[in-house]
Design a protein around this ligand. Sequence first.
Ligand code: AKB
Length: 312
Amino acid sequence: MKKRILIIGACGQIGTELTMALRNMYAPHKVIASDIREGDDEMMKSGPFEILDATDYEAVQDIVIKYEITDVYLMAAMLSATAEKFPMRAWNLNMNSLFNVLNLAKDGKIDKIFWPSSIAVFGPTTPKINTPQRTVMEPSTVYGISKQTGERWCEYYYKKHGIDVRSIRYPGLISYKTMPGGGTTDYAVDIYHKAIKHNQYICFLNAETTLPMMYMDDAIKATIGIMEAPSGNIKIRNSYNLAAMSFNPEEIATSIKKQKQDFTITYEPDFRQAIADSWPESIDDSHAREDWGWEHEVELDEMTSIMLKNLD
Ligand code: AKB
């Protein structure tokens, strides 16, 4: 099978682990990593790497042609907290990069696209508990507006041009391997680092802010899972709800305390509280489970053990 994969945004939180997982699955020379900056040693040495600006159509096209790319994972994006500070930069990056790959597919240069959406597509008027796949969506953040718009374009290109584009609405993602950058759910990674280094954490969300979350291994499994599924199984072409666990800062702190009794947490909510307050607490992902067999594995206490063990 002549599959050649391009990951755009390979050095980010998801891209780093996704690239390594795909290089383990396929011959490494068939998995081309790219980003606006160089990655770590493992990224640079384990397979081909290209410096690439995702918003530059010609540059993306050149790489697609050079490596005869069939599948693109477009992971470059500006996340929720940073996007509130730089709305136009976020819009340009999040939208232009998507149009670039959708149009390359429309011109027959790419066969399949993965594009990440987010729980940020939901807003304050969305039902918060067990948020359905199809419901009121009035995102109130710059990032959420870009993801909601992107979802509409993905479905449009699928229906109008037959583009095989697949997408997931990621919850907050937690990993010990790569740091997130500029997100609202990032506290759930930082808390483990601070627990190891200082045994205390000052949280930028309040104690009761429940959000949907997922351990990175499960997110990578879902990402590759939806891309490997037969096309006929992908019945939703805007983006699939995806869930694993939901917890708030107090609950993650309690989970850490089970292993580090003297760990303490205090709360100093900042502008990210309003972003988190506009998002769901839990997600109904039954369509992903039924259509392409999604199953999560890791729950909060297991994730805490993995994080603390690996960061120590
Ligand atoms: C963020 O917090 O911005 C992201 C997301 C939920 O998409 N982690």
